[in-house]
Design a protein around this ligand. Structure first.
Ligand code: AMP
Length: 196
């Protein structure tokens, strides 16, 4: 099953995705992680740095090319959990085309929500703990604005296709995890027997 996780920065998507991939037995495809890795390389580095450090989105072309290559690997043939992708309508449309070429499609989109104050606190804590240079107060504000403008329409895109479920990101990681797993079960996703 191909699952898309949508949510504003700081809502806890990364934490929940890491838990879910073990339980679902599908790989975690995080475009943020892939871009942080890609920007270490000489050919991509400077362009990516300029966008990511300012809290802006990297171009749809760069991101979808990375995703397309990732999806060709054998571990993604039966599904994956997309984290931070698609973030624009164009990315959502391109993803449909990429999967469609192989007779596959997105099975479920999960939208996590949280209130802005809590998101700011979480982001600042994470920036300090993980030393993420692209997470600063200025970039956070910009990222929340960009999320509203570019990514909220993506949730609507999946809602119109009957694929969206909404989950509150407020609560302990265990509580949120439980709700997400329930939503996936209700929507046809399978768990490994040893999942907790
Ligand atoms: P994340 O770790 O998902 O918060 O992503 C960190 C940064 O990587 C974002 O602020 C963007 O600059 C960039 N990024 C990650 N995913 C995407 C995407 N799907 N489209 C465009 N830019 C992205």
């Amino acid at each position: 099953m191909f699952i898309v996780m949508i949510g504003p920065p700081g809502v806890g998507k990364g934490t929940q995705c890491k838990r879910l991939v073990n339980q679902l037995g599908i790989p975690h495809v995080s475009t943020g992680d892939m871009l942080r890795e890609a920007r270490k390389s000489v050919s991509h580095g400077e362009d990516l740095l300029a966008h990511m450090d300012r809290g802006r989105l990297v171009s749809d072309e760069v991101v979808t090319e990375l995703v397309e290559r990732r999806l060709e690997l054998p571990d993604c043939q039966n599904g994956c959990l997309f984290d931070g992708f698609p973030r624009t309508i164009q990315q959502a449309e391109t993803l449909d085309k990429i999967l469609g070429k192989h007779g596959k499609s997105v099975g479920l989109a999960i939208e996590m929500s949280g209130d802005d104050k809590l998101l700011v606190q979480r982001m600042l804590k994470r920036a300090a703990e993980e030393q993420r240079p692209d997470d600063t107060v200025e970039t956070l504000t910009r990222r929340l604005e960009i999320y509203q403008r570019e990514t909220v329409p993506v949730a609507k895109y999946y809602e119109e296709r009957g694929l969206l479920c909404q989950v509150s990101g407020i609560g302990t990681p265990d509580e949120v995890s439980l709700t997400i797993r329930q939503q996936i079960r209700d929507n046809g996703g399978k768990y490994r027997e040893n999942s907790s």
